[in-house]
Design a binder for this molecule. Structure first.
Ligand code: NAD
Length: 260
């Protein structure tokens, strides 16, 4: 990535998205954050990233389930930052339920946020990328873009769909200087995961190590979490010129999960 590039990272007020946005800012890239949270906390985040890295940092509260808000977010980034050269589609939610009980509104929300939002951001950002002859589209998929787990019908369907969207966009833009790829982490150490551990220890009467190895990381052969910094480093690499021939790919970083 070059410091004259500008980025939009969806779902970047926490976890993976925040790490990716911070890493991009660390390379001098102006960045628009997106996602929910306490207004005060978001303001602090925007200020910290801008100050620490000497970049322009903005936040859009656009709801990734609302196509009109998504289009307006990309427009705002182009207007205020000047362009959207790097687009990271990262916002995502999860719901765990047997298929016959899966709430219809949860299905619709997950498909909208985890899959359709990427369609809406990409269609809005691509004309500018094509015009400038350079662009990087990075979609946070998941090990669940390649394999399923029970009770996660919407998430697995959306993440599989996201890889199909990514491949199609990669082919359409193959001669435009724009690449489109997925990063597919296994379990990532985010505050979200961390918070579940004490409760699981109590509920199952297990030690912290047992919860991590036998419950959370049962599917992950390395028995280690992926870190948000590792995902961010991969995103940075995909933005480099060395990665110009990586397009339509699904970069798996899952501690061996999908090798099994
Ligand atoms: P997280 O909950 O820490 O972050 C999710 C972000 O998305 C937050 O900023 C949240 O505000 C935002 N968001 C949620 N709904 C939104 C909406 N409607 N509109 C706009 N923003 C919205 O989760 P995370 O673990 O950092 O996950 C980020 C991405 O990584 C997701 O797509 C997730 O599916 C994927 N992923 C996570 C893991 C993991 O183990 N944590 C593994 C594989 C893939």
């Amino acid at each position: 990535p070059k410091s004259q590039h500008r980025a939009v990272v969806t779902g970047s007020t926490s976890g993976i998205g925040l790490a990716v946005a911070t890493a991009l800012a660390g390379r001098g890239i102006d960045v628009m954050l997106n996602g929910f949270g306490e207004p005060e906390a978001i303001r602090a985040l925007v200020e910290t990233i801008g100050r620490d890295h000497g970049v322009r940092c903005l936040h859009s509260p656009a709801d990734m389930s609302k196509p009109a808000e998504i289009a307006a977010m990309i427009q705002e980034a182009e207007d205020k930052l000047g362009s959207v050269d790097i687009l990271v589609n990262n916002a995502g939610i999860q719901r765990v339920s047997p298929i016959e009980d899966f709430p219809i509104d949860a299905w619709d929300a997950i498909l909208a946020i985890n899959l359709s939002s990427a369609f809406h951001t990409i269609r809005a950002a691509v004309p500018g990328m094509k015009r400038r002859g350079w662009g990087r589209i990075i979609n946070t998929a998941s090990a669940h873009s390649l394999v399923a787990s029970p009770f996660k019908a919407a998430y697995v369907a959306a993440k599989h769909g996201l890889t199909g969207l990514t491949k199609t966009v990669a082919l359409e833009l193959a001669t435009s200087g724009v690449t489109a790829n997925c990063i597919s982490p296994g379990y990532v150490w985010t505050p979200l995961v961390e918070k579940q551990i004490p409760d699981t220890m109590k509920a199952r009467n297990l030690t912290r190590e047992q919860v991590i190895n036998d419950v959370v990381l049962a599917a992950q052969p390395t028995k280690q979490f992926v870190t948000v910094e590792q995902v961010a480093a991969t995103a940075l690499f995909l933005c480099s010129n060395e990665a110009a021939q990586i397009t339509g790919a699904n970069i798996v970083m899952d501690g061996g999960w999908t090798a099994a």
